[in-house]
Design a protein around this ligand. Structure first.
Ligand SMILES: C[S@@+](CC[C@H](N)C(=O)[O-])C[C@H]1O[C@@H](n2cnc3c(N)ncnc32)[C@H](O)[C@@H]1O
Ligand code: SF4
Length: 374
């Protein structure tokens, strides 16, 4: 049974201009109704899990909830799930929504990892992204979290932003490294349909850095972070020794997990499921004590093999050939021999005897490779 839990808190103060996540404006009353529904969903799924090794409260902005609501959420989780004493428990925080009271509640509830969305170290850029906080407000939240004893902190950054120069990105990354977070996620901007950024881009109002510049930024990111003691362990993720996110490794190893909340995905009993995306129908389903699932797919055969390969290739170490063989009772080459040969010839993939992984060159073209695998 799964021993990992994801919970989606779909509320944000306002929507950032680039973001297409399933989020809603925050109203206290609606959040209360949502959390009540979530409690029912927790009750429905708790018997289907082993003691939890990882919990990830993501969003949206979980830290937008009041201290009382956060306390209640953790009380519900603790009441229904068994949690391993050394479980990794992460909460995503928007720096504009954090205060001492909330941090104390999270700390007392056993949260041992925080993930801050910062994106950039320039106030002007934060404003252009539609972020609700300044750099100083981020620094205040970050240091407050340290004062509250959080010794495992991630910072999310985005590069290849409109008009962003290499120098601006270098400044963001250097200032972030100076804070010595245990983990740094560096995402390159994805232009998501149905966002203001996408519309402005299509209308020619946003100018993105050239592809070469984007590749230089990524290359520089890898070199800089690894030379500062961060391991590049997943395409977008860097960690100090032993600070890799255990929860995300469950995804990349294609292991099962329970996903709760509106629009959340989960993988239980060999079935991938996606929850209803609309907050009202989600709440209605739970009022009727029904699991709020909108789609399911049983992962078998080629689909399970391809997904396992794609997810594992995200890790810098790549896919463990022996693990694959244990899981599927056959060598990786049986299903993917030709494709692997093609990408190896193109210098996109390499093998070291135990693992198959992306070459440095392959890392930059990972998305193209994934599209072909699907
Ligand atoms: C759920 S948010 C993090 C917590 C909180 N909501 C916040 O933004 O501060 C997850 C992260 O996804 C990244 N992200 C969201 N939309 C993106 C996009 N279109 N392109 C690249 N990264 C994106 C951002 O770095 C963001 O911090
Ligand atoms: S980036 Fe974070 S704060 Fe901004 S809209 Fe998306 S989930 Fe909300």
């Amino acid at each position: 049974m799964p021993s990992s839990l994801y919970i989606h808190i779909p509320f944000c103060a306002t929507k950032c201009y680039y973001c297409a996540f399933n989020t809603y404006s925050f109203y206290k009353e609606q959040a209360k109704i949502y959390l009540d529904a979530l409690q029912t969903e927790i009750e429905l799924y708790a018997p289907q899990t082993d003691p939890l090794r990882t919990i990830f409260i993501g969003g949206g902005t979980p830290s937008i909830l009041s201290a009382n609501a956060l306390e209640q959420l953790f009380a519900d989780i603790q009441k229904h799930f068994q949690i391993c004493p050394d479980a990794e428990i992460t909460v995503e925080c928007n720096p504009g929504t954090v205060n001492g009271e909330k941090l104390s509640v999270m700390k007392n509830a056993g949260v041992n990892r925080l993930s801050f969305g910062l994106q950039a170290m320039q106030d002007e850029t934060l404003r252009q992204l539609g972020r609700i906080h300044t750099v100083d407000e981020f620094l205040h939240s970050y240091h407050l979290a340290r004062e509250h004893g959080f010794d495992s902190i991630n910072i999310d950054l985005i590069f290849a932003l409109p008009k962003q120069t290499k120098e601006a990105w270098q400044h963001t990354l250097s200032e972030t490294i100076a804070l010595e977070p245990e983990h740094i996620s560096t995402y390159n901007l994805v232009m998501e349909e149905s966002t203001p950024f996408y519309d402005w881009w299509k209308a020619g109002e946003l100018v993105l850095p050239a592809e070469d510049t984007e590749a230089d930024m990524f290359q520089w990111t890898i070199e800089t972070l690894t030379s500062h003691g961060y391991t590049h362990y997943e395409i977008c993720n860097f960690a100090r020794p032993n600070r890799e996110v255990k929860h995300n490794l469950v995804y990349w190893n294609n292991q099962e997990y329970v996903g709760l909340g509106v629009g959340a995905c989960g993988y239980v009993d060999g079935v991938r499921y996606t929850n209803i995306r609309g907050i009202r129908p989600y709440i209605e389903a739970l009022h009727q004590h029904k699991k709020p699932i909108s789609e399911t797919e049983r992962l078998i055969g080629h689909a399970e093999k391809a997904e396992t390969l794609m997810l594992a290739l995200r890790k810098r170490e790549g896919i463990c050939l022996a693990d694959y063989e244990r899981r599927f009772g056959e060598k990786l080459e049986v299903e993917f021999g030709e494709t692997i040969q093609k990408w190896t010839d193109l210098d996109l993939l390499e093998q070291n005897g135990t693992h198959l992984r992306f070459t440095q060159r392959g890392l930059f073209l990972a998305n193209e490779v994934f599209v072909e695998l699907m």
